[in-house]
Design a protein around this ligand. Structure first.
Ligand SMILES: *Cc1c(COP(=O)(O)O)cnc(C)c1O
Length: 378
């Protein structure tokens, strides 16, 4: 079945109890026990809820994994997955993953005895060089945030497999519509469903999918005991968002390419980063593992003042954190996602005061270009 069709027909087309289209919002914390001696599938909603289960089954099938789990946020999902590791373990983590993911590894989990090494995964050999006898996991993200750097997922996941590491890939930017890390060798895929899957900037949620039933069981213990689960309304909103993922992503990435090409020839723009642009570093690798460039791009103005002016002057695009909604969002990484990173470190990675990150929405691209043009000329 085509991926686009699978978004609509995901096994939860019809409510079995009523015939209503789609899954119901089961707004309940607990369930009536028919036989007091028998533990039921639906017993208590921290452990299981039919609306959440529908979302979990949907993401598992979209990512091609065995089990799916939903969380109250992307970060609680990522934290729960990292909770599968133990004190004394070491993890290799891509240096430019989502800021919060590195932050939790390097602060909270460090206090609990997890050691981590951040490396540039654009060169997979850096992973091999960072391995220690007690390395247990590899954590990746491609394209990266906010510079859209490309990691060769197959090559990195091969190293993880050979070393017996648990491999985790954050697939938020691509979604399973464009990229399926489990097919490329990953053990676990994580998502901030707050972004493209929800798609409307109206819900915070996270998802994780495991390659095997066994890994799923392990993660379920954490989901059920930590209890960082979404409520049924939030699970339902993500289910609804997923239905329109294809048309949103296709339209948004067409616009992203137009805008990136336009930015490239602007005299106040020093650099444009978009995986769909010819010449983007790692473009061939990207298109060998994903079927589109996505709708995230970033660019650098020539001066910091021009960047600050841009945020002051934009009218259509909203200056805000987050991404993946129907509205175009302009984020300022140095004061948002990477505010906790020491300045020399982020500068060395290319995250400068002149860097602007755009999540391209569903507006007509010519309108966005006109808005960016007036904002850049200020
Ligand atoms: C937003 C984001 C997260 C964190 O998700 P929340 O839903 O905000 O907790 C993780 N990874 C990526 C790539 C993100 O963009």
């Amino acid at each position: 079945m085509d991926k686009g069709t699978q978004l609509i027909h995901n096994g939860h087309d019809v409510d079995p109890a009523t015939g209503a289209l789609g899954v119901m919002v089961y707004q309940t914390s607990t369930y009536y026990r028919k036989d007091i001696r028998v533990v039921q599938e639906f017993d208590y909603s921290r452990g299981s809820n039919p609306t959440r289960k529908a979302l979990e089954e949907t993401i598992a099938s979209l990512e091609g994994g065995a089990k799916g789990y939903a969380f109250a946020s992307g970060m609680s999902g990522i934290s729960s997955v990292l909770g599968m590791l133990s004190a004394g373990d070491h993890i290799v983590i891509a240096e430019d993953v989502y800021g919060g993911s590195r932050y939790i590894a390097e602060t909270f989990y460090k206090r609990w005895g997890l050691e981590s090494t951040a490396v540039n995964t654009q060169d997979p050999d850096n992973i091999s060089r960072a391995l220690k006898p007690h390395t247990k996991a590899l954590y990746l993200e491609s394209p990266s945030n906010p510079l859209l750097k490309i990691t060769d997922l197959r090559a990195c996941l091969k190293i993880a497999h050979e070393q017996g590491l648990l491999s985790i890939v954050d697939n938020t930017f691509m979604t399973p519509y464009l990229q399926r890390p489990i097919a490329l060798g990953a053990d676990i895929v994580v998502h901030s469903a707050t972004k493209y899957l929800g798609g409307h900037c109206d819900v915070i949620a996270g998802l994780a999918v495991t390659r095997t039933q066994e890994l799923g069981q392990k993660l379920y213990q954490i989901q059920n005991s930590f209890g960082a689960v979404p409520g049924p309304w939030d699970a339902w909103l993500v289910m609804r968002g997923i239905k329109t993922l294809k048309v949103r992503i296709e339209t948004q990435q067409d616009s992203a390419l137009k805008i990136a090409a336009w930015l490239l020839q602007h005299n106040r723009v020093a650099e444009v980063r978009y995986p769909g642009l010819p010449g983007h570093p790692g473009r061939d690798v990207h298109f060998s593992q994903a079927s589109g460039g996505g709708a995230m791009l970033s660019f650098k103005t020539k001066t910091t003042e021009q960047a600050l002016n841009f945020y002051q002057r934009i009218k259509l695009a909203l200056a805000a954190p987050s991404l993946g909604g129907v509205e175009t969002i302009a984020s300022y990484p140095v004061k948002m996602s990477h505010i906790n990173m020491p300045v020399p470190e982020r500068e060395a990675m290319g995250i400068t005061d002149t860097l602007i990150r755009i999540s391209v929405g569903l507006e007509t691209p010519e309108d966005l270009i006109a808005d960016f043009d007036q904002a850049l000329s200020g």
